[in-house]
Design a protein around this ligand. Structure first.
Ligand code: GAF
Length: 382
């Protein structure tokens, strides 16, 4: 991809670009907890987005997307979001960096990637982080990875209207080879945990569906959590998010919350607890216990948080038939995208064949299998 970007850049802009890369991410466990300042357990992967960039000494930035085979231009002193367009991820970062006082001027970009679209590996966060990394290098200013991650999150809020948490850009910025990041979304700091799986592997299965209204449902879940916190603050003074509650508080939480809010709050409180347990399991190489937490996470996301869909539920349920699968769950925001499964490496092909046949019979859609390796975070390639 790097060579492809450089070649295309030379053809279009007659220059050699500087190239940045930012990876997509997987998440081992900890879904819909980041925006309640909770815990998540992502890892960056080898798939990602490459950005070729050069200053152009004008105020107009010209962008070419290799994947969409599309051009876009905007004046860096006068632009606004364009609903649903990939250019929002670039304009959003430019807007926030300029607002923060960084010296951003006109530039040209060619970008492309190898993250399957709609798979839930967070190509949008990877694009934003790759853009932040590329712009800071080409205009020669220092900015921390954490700031790039925070701007990427804000850019998604302001330019795309998705009130996401910090997990995706953070993982893309801070990823580490062969490690997962046990991330505390209150302090925005993490512990790197070696991902040593012995004879086991992770496998993603893409449902190849993305149900409509996923974004509005996402924002609604976030609002439900905020509403719960508001109600609970009367009886639990000092709490600022659901992260401040523990499984021991659940009985009281149930008494206080309306029936429609309780299952949502319960998911977040229990999922936070599972992430911490999962961290211990990995440190102790207890993959069986880790897998059990993955099944529980899916059950909770599907039944209590209601962000799964029939396709994801089917894949998880089918995987559960196989004793060599230690755990499987939906990954990311939900309503489509991938499951992540932990299974015996020697049985990988067997599982792929089994799921392919059954999933196709059920939904008349071919699933797609994605191999992932925990990898380094965003960087300049030169
Ligand atoms: C999406 C969001 F972008 C993340 O912030 C996170 O909330 C995730 O869904 C669910 O865990 O990827």
């Amino acid at each position: 991809m790097r060579e492809k970007i450089a070649k295309s850049f030379l053809e279009l802009f007659k220059k050699e670009p500087l190239i940045s890369f930012a990876p997509g991410r997987i998440n081992l466990i900890g879904e819909h907890t980041d925006y309640q300042e909770g815990f998540v357990f992502p890892a960056a992967v080898s798939q990602g987005i490459w950005v070729g960039i050069c200053k152009n000494e004008t105020t107009v930035s010209k962008i070419h997307s290799l994947d969409f085979e599309e051009d876009f231009a905007f004046d860096i002193n006068d632009f606004s979001p364009k609903k649903g367009h990939w250019a929002n991820y670039i304009m959003g970062m430019v807007s926030l960096l300029k607002q923060a006082g960084y010296p951003v001027k006109g530039f040209d970009i060619v970008f492309g990637g190898d993250i399957p679209v709609g798979s839930g590996l967070s190509s949008s966060a990877a694009l934003s982080v790759a853009i932040g990394t590329a712009i800071s290098a080409v205009f020669d200013f220092k900015i921390s990875k954490k700031s790039i991650a925070i701007y990427a999150q804000k850019s998604e809020h302001l330019f795309e209207g998705l009130n996401c948490g910090i997990m995706d850009p953070y993982a893309s910025a801070f990823g580490k080879e062969n490690h997962a990041l046990l991330l505390d979304c209150r302090s925005n700091s993490h512990e790197e945990i070696p991902l040593e799986l012995g004879g086991y592997s992770l496998l993603l299965t893409n449902t190849n569906v993305k149900h409509k209204l996923a974004d509005s449902a996402y924002n609604k879940r976030r609002e439900a959590c905020e509403k719960s916190v508001e109600i609970l603050q009367n009886s639990f003074p000092g709490i600022t998010t659901l992260r401040d509650l523990t499984p021991d508080d659940l009985a009281k939480v149930k008494e206080l919350l309306p029936v429609e809010l309780f299952p949502k709050a319960k998911h977040v409180i229990m999922e936070d607890h599972r992430v911490k347990e999962a961290g211990d399991c990995l440190k102790n190489s207890d993959l069986i216990a880790f897998g059990k937490l993955m099944w529980e996470s899916h059950e909770s996301l599907s039944k209590d948080y209601e962000v799964s869909c029939p396709e994801l539920d089917f894949l998880v349920k089918s995987s559960k038939q196989k004793p060599y699968v230690l755990g499987s769950r939906m990954m990311g925001g939900g309503f489509g995208g991938c499951t992540i499964s932990l299974l015996e490496t020697s049985k990988k092909q067997e599982l792929k064949d089994y799921l392919s046949t059954h999933y196709k019979n059920q939904f008349n859609i071919d699933p797609e299998f994605i191999e992932v390796t925990p990898s380094e975070g965003a960087r300049i390639l030169g």
